[in-house]
Every structure is written in C-alpha cells, then in structure tokens.
Design a protein around this ligand. Structure first.
Ligand code: SAM
Ligand code: SF4
Ligand code: SF4
Length: 371
C-alpha cells in the first residue's frame, strides 16, 4: 500500500494576542497609522474554502483532497463579524469588502449582508458594501444578494477562452458560468460592476486583448491585476509578472487609451479610458508601482485574525479577544494601538528584497486572508 502525504498548510503562523492597554479610549472616528494613513477600508474573509483551484492562489498540489480546511467552530460567526465591523466603523472604516476563499460558499451570506447593510458610517452614511467572487454561482445568487442590500460587486475572470480559463481555475468551470453571473448581477441592479483579471505571463497574457475587446463598451469595468507574490504556495517568479505598462502598451496599440486622473488618493487602480469614449479600464500594479503610501486597508481572516498588510507575517487574534469576553471598549482600544503602530509597506520594499523571486519568509495565503 502506498503512503499518502497529508498537506496541512498553516495559514496563520503568528497570531499574536493583542495587548489591551490599561487606559481605554473612545474611538474618535479617525485613526492614523505610523505613516499617517487613516483606517478606512476593511476586507473580511468569510471562508477559506473555494470551488476553484486557481493556479496562482490555491494550487491543487497543495489544496488537494487531503487539505484540511478550518473547522466551522474556527470561523467567525455572523454575530462576531458584525461586532467587529461596528468596532472598525467607529474608527473610520466606510468601505467593507467580503471575500474569501469564495464568499458565496458561506452559508446564508445574505443574512450577514442584510445586517451589515444597516450599519452606518461615522458620518451617518450607508457603508460602501461590496464583495469579490469568482462568479461561478453568481447567476443563482445575484438577486438574493441585491435584495439583502449588497451595493456593488467585483467578479474575477482571467480569460474568455474556455481552455485557458479552465487551466487557470483548474476546476473545470466554463467561462459562460461567469458571464451569466455578470449579466445577472447587472440585470438585478448591482452597481459599478468590476471584472478582475490576474495576468500571469505565459498562462493567460494572450487573453489581454480579447478581454479588452469584449468588455469595451459594456457596463463592466475591466481591471488588470499584476500577478503577486502572495502566500507561499504559488511559486511566484518575477518573470511571470506582466507589468501594467505592458498591458497598456498592448491595448493602446489597437484601442488608443489616455490616463484618467484618480478620484481618491487611496485608489489602488490606475484608470485609463478609451479615446473613442467607449469606457475605461483599471490597472492594479501592486508589483511594479507599489501603492503602500496610500494603503488604508485592514484585513480580517476567516478565523478573526487581523492583518494590517496583505504580506504580513504576523496577525492579531481578535476572535480570541471576543471569545474571552473582552468588551467593545477593550477591543476598540487594542485595535487603535495596533493601527497606530502600523508601518507596513511590503510592496515598496519588495523589489529590493526579492530580486525576482518571492522571499522565503512565511506569508499568508490569499485564499485565507482574501484579496
Ligand atoms: N474567490 C474570490 C475571487 O476569486 O474573486 C475572492 C477571493 S480571491 C483571493 C480575491 C482576488 O484575489 C481575486 O480577484 C483573485 O484573482 C486575486 N488573487 C488571488 N491570488 C492572486 C495573486 N497571486 N496575485 C494577484 N491577485 C491574486
Ligand atoms: Fe478561489 Fe478566488 Fe483563490 Fe481562485 S482566486 S482559488 S476563485 S479564492
Ligand atoms: Fe498595503 Fe501591504 Fe499592499 Fe503595501 S504591500 S499596499 S501596505 S497591503
């Protein structure tokens, strides 16, 4: 009998217990980190499971049938997520993105959205509540998500050619499922729908032009994402990154583009519009043009660990604080101290550090922390 290797990927190697300062403080509605960046944006991962096995995120060799996902008891409950959200919002967060893994796999997600949509920002406005999905079951879910109060949605799609798409998602999902999901999202009235394409050189870069042609002049904004060295399992190499400048060059040759000034300083995507007036595209250049100087984003993992950077090697266990009976004031004060101490700027330092290969230090997987 042959022996089987069981892969257990420890996603959260260092989840520190946050210190609770003796002097509790009231949130003031604005919180700056050590580099003067306000806390404004929160991503919450709802599950570490996914129905895709994208080669750049959850490679099948590692996330195989023997992979051990988090037990249900480890996941933040909806009550815990709502409690955390309110604490973050009191510190100035106005934008929440639900992610994963695949967030639409989280049972009864609509119930969570319904409650989240009721939370108001410190200015008394509705939260900017959005979600990123691979779109596989979006056609079935779009109406109930909209009814629950979701305002916007981002759908990931890496190719229009079925063979290429299936090579990327490694789970035999056809492009038509995602396109149907997009159309249904539009039909039910979800707003400013974005399509995210991760470009991995030698894998799907031949799809840049077909994707641009397809989404030009549609209600959807296509955004190209540079393949990043997130996690430790995707074997990232610099030579597989197609720089955004190259994406723009290829599209501009056929469909002339011009740069659009950013709406907000914290926007992660650089915007380009077609000179013929038929819409715009976005470029997210996390590798070649780091935007750490304006990064206002915190992340909470599926099991309630706070990360102040996508590339952090350690996080802070907020779930334990909640489950150990700490009060909102205690958790809020602990969060204030953590954010004030934040100095993360991994991407700005990456080029010097990596010299073309992902550094060996233990980083968190994208499927655990959310994109
Ligand atoms: N499953 C959902 C999806 O795919 O949209 C949400 C979670 S996924 C981790 C969020 C985003 O991260 C997706 O747009 C995905 O393409 C992106 N992503 C994952 N791994 C990446 C990598 N190594 N480099 C760049 N983007 C990545
Ligand atoms: Fe799943 Fe999204 Fe990761 Fe693809 S990118 S494996 S869809 S979590
Ligand atoms: Fe923000 Fe970290 Fe990404 Fe820089 S590397 S933009 S600090 S998440």
């Amino acid at each position: 009998m042959s022996e089987k290797t069981i892969h257990i990927v420890s996603h959260a190697p260092h989840a520190n217990m946050p210190a609770i300062p003796a002097a509790l403080e009231q949130p003031s509605g604005v919180l700056f980190d050590a580099r003067n960046r306000p806390l404004q944006d929160l991503r919450i991962s709802l599950t570490d499971k996914c129905n895709f096995r994208c080669v750049y995120c959850m490679p099948r060799e590692i996330f195989d049938n023997d992979h051990v996902f988090l037990p249900r008891s480890a996941l933040l409950t909806f009550e815990e997520i709502l409690r955390m959200t309110k604490i973050f919002v009191a510190h100035g967060v106005s934008k929440i993105r639900l992610t994963g893994g695949e967030p639409l796999l989280r049972k009864n997600i609509e119930q969570l959205i319904e409650q989240m949509a009721k939370i108001k920002t410190v200015d008394g406005k509705a939260l900017d509540l959005t979600l990123t999905t691979n779109g596989a079951i979006l056609a079935k879910k779009a109406q109930s998500l909209k009814d629950a109060g979701l305002s916007r949605i981002t759908v990931s799609l890496d190719a229009l050619d079925d063979a290429t798409f299936k090579r990327m998602n490694d789970a035999d999902f056809p492009v038509s499922d995602v396109l149907n999901g997009l159309d249904e999202a539009y039909r039910v009235g979800l707003d400013s729908i974005k399509v995210n394409m991760v470009v991995k050189g030698g894998m799907n870069d031949q799809e840049i032009l077909p994707m641009a042609r397809y989404f030009k002049n549609t209600p959807y904004t296509l955004r190209f994402i540079e393949y990043m060295d997130v996690g430790a399992s995707n074997g990232w190499q610099m030579q597989e990154v197609i720089p955004s400048a190259e994406v723009v060059r290829r599209i501009n040759e056929e469909m002339p583009l011009e740069l659009v000034p950013p709406k907000n300083v914290s926007d992660t995507a650089e915007r380009w519009r077609y000179k013929d007036g038929s819409g715009e595209i976005g470029l997210i250049s996390s590798v070649t043009k780091a935007f750490c100087h304006s990064c206002v984003r915190a992340r909470i993992s599926t099991e309630g660990v706070l990360y102040t950077c996508l590339f952090a090697t350690e996080g802070y266990d907020l779930r334990s604080l909640m489950r150990n009976g700490k009060s909102d004031a205690e958790i809020s004060t602990a969060l204030a101290h953590l954010w004030r101490a934040r100095g993360d700027r991994y991407s700005e330092l990456r080029s010097a550090e990596t010299e073309g290969i992902a550094p060996a230090r233990k980083k968190i997987e994208m499927s655990y922390i959310g994109g």
